[in-house]
Design a protein around this ligand. Sequence first.
Ligand code: ATP
Ligand code: MG
Length: 181
Amino acid sequence: MVYLKKIDAYGFKSFAHKVTVEFDAGITGIVGPNGSGKSNITDAIKWVLGEQSAKKLRGQKMQDVIFSGTKTKKPLNYAEVTLFLDNSSGALNIDDNELIVSRRLYRNGDSEYLLNKEPARLKDVIDLFMDSGLGKDAFSIISQGKVDEVLNAKAIDRRVYVEEVAGVLKYKKKKEQSSDK
Ligand code: ATP
Ligand code: MG
């Protein structure tokens, strides 16, 4: 299984300074008062994995993820988040034992993804994680309200969850892409 070792975030939402969160073996709990930035950490993970919906990141527009300043701190010009993943199991289709994924967004809308420090496209990031169980919509992240959503989903929508777990989404996407051509 792929495992998330570390997150570096700078300028993402409430993280005005560089923040590093390390996940050792076992369970890591993040605790803090309301509004202290716990959910911003899961937003940061989803964002790097290619989330394109500002709403799903609890904002109006994508630039809302950039630190917007406080009474004492100036707004920042860009947000950057990097995930360090352990791939020694070989679950991800790359040669390295470690995968470093970064996403950066500037206020003027310029944005970039990096895979092991090399510029990459959003599609590369999405393809790499699809069916790995780690994609932005996979079960590795269960947000507030998600349990209710799964329980109340219509059968046709629930099928998508089963397909992600079973690992068939990749083949469906490939089929769609080849029939579009
Ligand atoms: P709860 O316990 O209520 O779930 P939480 O610890 O999960 O709280 P978050 O939702 O992660 O808290 O953090 C919300 C905080 O992040 C708010 O104080 C909000 O002002 C701040 N925040 C969000 N976006 C930005 C931004 N772009 N710039 C600065 N601060 C931001
Ligand atoms: Mg929260």
